[in-house]
Design a protein around this ligand. Structure first.
Ligand SMILES: Nc1nc2c(ncn2[C@@H]2O[C@H](COP(=O)(O)OP(=O)(O)O)[C@@H](O)[C@H]2O)c(=O)[nH]1
Ligand SMILES: [Mg+2]
Length: 309
């Protein structure tokens, strides 16, 4: 058996397993489940002398980092990735937002793998300050593998690329990559019950999305905002601002829409200091206290948090 260079799984093939080959060549994604104990086993091999980089998707900040705090006792270098998607350039604000989680953060970087933003600063910090084994950890889809690929591309002559995809659980085992005497270890994403599942059409739109342009609707009376026929937001006399991929279909209607699929209903009483997060998609807020009734596809996870912006 060999180890697949793309995802770390055992394979009979020389370099890439069948699944990575199909993802890389045909964008043909196949979702695989990973056992939670497998991830814990990998994380528990991290020694206190190793460096830990926690990668977070700025558009998909989890409601808590308790799973990570339980397993990781090391100092943490926090990387806030996908900065290119954020509607406002306010690195300090995004960094400060993480104070409340009480992680042992020693340094924070806002980066974009897609736009190669801040990658030089991040790499030179690692190069100058860190141990020679650096683990990249975080929730699935935050961009851990994309970030290591960016480092390989920018700072080594290797043409190895780890497989990345918009689906969860792309990386299946620890993958070690050596760049200039430092060993970078990619890890499978931490599994959480806060991950939404989307169909291919939505995943492709998310993957193609650019910088978010917030959209505000001034709602008089009772109206319904329909997002891609997977979310209906019922709003009553309020202003609502949506932060969503800007290629999404959004309709504003005066009556409910018939949408196909299995839905759950969630009622929120929120104020202007809160965001409702549609995990994996984005978030929205209102400008005065009020009721929001969400009808949302069963596979989408949502929660309330303090305003990010
Ligand atoms: N817009 C944007 N997308 C990114 C960025 N970094 C990664 N992605 C996308 O996020 C998805 C998950 O990336 P991946 O590296 O597989 O995440 P991992 O599960 O943490 O290893 C992929 O579709 C990537 O193309 C970024 O900086 N900006
Ligand atoms: Mg990965």
């Amino acid at each position: 058996m060999n180890k697949c260079l793309g995802c770390g799984c055992d394979t009979k093939r020389e370099s890439l397993c069948d699944r990575c080959f199909r993802i890389k060549n045909y964008n043909d994604y196949e979702k695989i489940n990973i056992d939670e104990s497998k991830i814990n086993d990998i994380l528990s091999t991290i020694e206190i002398k190793d460096t830990v980089v926690l990668v977070v998707d700025l558009l998909n900040i989890p409601s808590s980092f308790d799973i990570i705090k339980k397993v990781i006792k090391n100092d943490i270098i926090l990387v806030l990735n996908k900065y290119d998607l954020m509607p406002t350039n306010n690195e300090k604000k995004y960094q400060d937002y993480f104070n409340k989680y009480n992680l042992n953060i020693v340094k924070t970087f806002c980066v974009s793998c897609k736009k190669n933003y801040n990658i030089d600063d991040f790499y030179s910090y690692l190069h100058d300050n860190c141990s020679n084994k650096i683990y990249f950890i975080g929730y699935t889809n935050s961009g851990k593998s994309s970030l290591i690929n960016k480092l390989i591309y920018n700072y080594s002559s290797s043409n190895t690329t780890i497989t990345t995809s918009p689906l969860v659980n792309t990386t299946l085992d620890a993958i070690e990559i050596k760049i200039n005497d430092i060993t970078f270890v990619d890890t499978p994403g931490i599994i959480s019950n806060q991950n939404s599942c989307f169909d291919d059409n939505i995943l492709k739109k998310i993957a193609k999305s650019n910088k978010i342009k917030p959209i505000t609707y001034q709602i008089k009376g009772r109206q319904y905002i329909i997002i891609e026929d997977i979310i209906e937001i019922e709003v009553n006399d309020n202003d609502i601002t949506l932060y969503l991929p800007n290629n999404f279909n959004i309709e504003r209607l005066y009556k409910k829409k018939n949408m196909a699929g299995d839905f759950k209903i969630i009622n929120y009483n929120i104020n202007s200091k809160s965001d409702i997060v549609l995990s994996g998609l984005g978030f929205f807020k209102v400008n005065k206290p009020g009721e929001i009734n969400l009808k949302i596809n069963n596979d989408i996870y949502c929660f309330v948090r303090d305003n990010l912006i």
